[in-house]
Design a protein around this ligand. Sequence first.
Ligand SMILES: Nc1ncnc2c1ncn2[C@@H]1O[C@H](COP(=O)(O)OP(=O)(O)OP(=O)(O)O)[C@@H](O)[C@H]1O
Length: 264
Amino acid sequence: MSSEPLLQVKDVGIQFGGLKAVSNFNMEIHQGELVGLIGPNGAGKTTSFNLLTGVYSPTEGDIVLNGRRINGLAPFQVTRLGISRTFQNIRLFNELSVLDNVKVAYHSLAKHSVLSSMFRFPSHFSGEKEMEKKAMEFLEIFNLAQYKDEDAKNLAYGKQRRLEIARALAAGPQLLLLDEPAAGMNPQETKDLMELIAFIREKFNLTILLIEHDMNLVMGICERIYVLDHGVLLAEGTPEEIRNNPKVIEAYLGEEVQNEHAKG
Ligand SMILES: Nc1ncnc2c1ncn2[C@@H]1O[C@H](COP(=O)(O)OP(=O)(O)OP(=O)(O)O)[C@@H](O)[C@H]1O
């Protein structure tokens, strides 16, 4: 493990009116780690992602990426610095093709200038071609290449989730944030997704932080887990430590296990 963490969250908090959605949150993630963020509904997990990606600016504390303070930056700036994400409620461009949904990620980072696009200079064409080639590579990895011309809205739910991850990856992140990637997936799709997450981490040398209620997925692939409850960090540790932590069982895992039984 390198000495300097890729991401440092230092005493971060945010308040909405009278509600402290997150307070005194501390987290360190090192390059290459796969880390889980869990907790009951309303615990502050998505709010934490919104803080990390510039959607919200913390009212307390600092967020540091690669040694650089990033709080207060706009989401597109945070993306350029190396953090990209997916959303709990899928946010694709429904009317665009599957291929264009991935190409959109490149457009925000594209090297060729707006001027060359307007006047269709040769550099525009080579840029566009290069983009298309790269976007297709992502679609191949995510087993979506055959749907490239379909409107995103016509994809089955599990495929839409995969497309969202492909788009987030196309932005070339160092740190990928996945907000409930297995939500709504059946057990086989979840198992395939776990393999895919492990695969892309290796292939793209990624660091991944994921929010997930599916405990098989979290415990199965994460090396460390942070647990939030009512906006406060309740515990941090290996899956084994978290599974056996009485505070976590009381606040969260007991409930999740009951839900699993109810489903089964
Ligand atoms: N923009 C906002 N304005 C006011 N309150 C907010 C805002 N965003 C989040 N909250 C509140 O902050 C708290 C934490 O919400 P958050 O969505 O982060 O929880 P979560 O852990 O992601 O929950 P879930 O598992 O249900 O997605 C909730 O009480 C929520 O209502």
